[in-house]
Design a protein around this ligand. Sequence first.
Ligand code: CA
Length: 528
Amino acid sequence: MTPDAARAPAAGRPPLHILMHPADNVAIVANDGGLGPGSVLSTGLVLREKVPQGHKVALVDIPEGGAVRRYDVPIGYALKDIPAGSWVHERLLRLPEARRLEDLPMATRGATAVEPLHGYTFEGYRNPDGSVGTRNILAITQSVQCVAGVTRFAVERIKALLLPKYPNVDDVVALEHAYGCGVAIDAPDAVIPIRTLRNISLNPNFGGEVMVVSLGCEKLQPERLLPPGSIPIADARGEDAGLDVVCLQDEAHVGFLSMVDSIVRQAEVHLERLNRRRRETVPASELVVGVQCGGSDAFSGVTANPAVGFCTDLLVRAGATVMFSETTEVRDGVAQLTARAATPELARAIVREMAWYDEYLKRGSVDRSANTTPGNKKGGLANIVEKAMGSIVKSGSVPITGVLAPGEKATHKGLYYAATPASDFICGTLQLAAGMNLHVFTTGRGTPYGLAEVPVIKVATRSDLARRWHDLMDLDAGSIAEGRATIEQVGWELFRLMLDVASGRRRTWAEQWKLANQLVLFNPAPVT
Ligand code: CA
């Protein structure tokens, strides 16, 4: 496929519909702008009314109470008779009950061996503990939100005065967050935000150069955040791993600028060491990829997410680590996931995480159906079941060999279910904590999402979005819907793009514009 072909106008194309499974009784309309009444599909079916792009058309008469099937599952039940050729929108469907978490198929597919994929490498920063970074960043950890303004001021000064002296360092980033004080820090669930913050500080992109800015009186004391021996990269370097803390309430500080000077002075020690890092050729197995989607539409599950799923299989075959997340968006596919778990123990861990999340939602008097947005529905997704079936395909087809609770760090290679909320910012933050060194994000409605800590590759589900947001989207998967490329072709294109981005040979659009969303910690525990 040539770039010109990707940009060719879609107008004047014959009516195009996409069927996901032969047993489905709805298909989606693929044409830009949708199709008007009287349009004739290739099957001979005549549309009774306008069906917007990405929305569903009934292929047969569906009686009241009948199942509406897509991806070969009932995504809902008809609230009234739906004649063939009608627009099947969310107001016509009743949401199915959530799958019970009992009597699930547990590890029934077993630990089937994947066919190895050899010969792929990238240029990365090898850390002394064996982990590999894709960027060389000084990250300044904060133990509490109180210090955010001072740290931000200091970071601006470091960027202006010091960074030009250390050309091998890509950036200086403050790990700003809302946690640290005014929270019930001994509540059982407080472990989640605390380990998240700890594990983010240890992300391979930061080279083990951990420094902390603390206020002094906060609940989350630096030693609780990063206890002795918790920095494996520094330990592997054989250093005295005493924690490097700048405490603003220290009596040594007289005035604001004294605090800033302390932070800048300490930062320089780390910058000197980071500047000595060099990229070296490492196998593709050193990638730790977090996949997620945001601003989804009905094409997400047809184009971009299946291409990501194909790429997930390539990565795992190459020995890499891939994590998929977004619990509410995989909850309706729980039986597929437990079946794909490599062992019964992993299947039970999946159930444990889903049950915890069901309970968490129940405490807030909602359920998984609270997930979908007005934009999802406008994009053709009727409800959470349909969204989930399109979301889960990002996980590919390989066995699941790891399960992480929110904020935990991946410890081995293979495919992980890293349980996180579907919220883009919280999911990205938790995947950073899990050790992600590259992020892949699919979007149908469009989002300028980015992170300062790792490169984010954004994949558009539709060519129309890729054309309009040509300087925000890194890859166009819409070519799949228009028949100009296959899922396999786009999957390979993404795989190669990932190796280029990981190597620093290519920067993502979000990096070029310096678009970065804030870290958002998941704190299910009470605040005080
Ligand atoms: Ca998301």
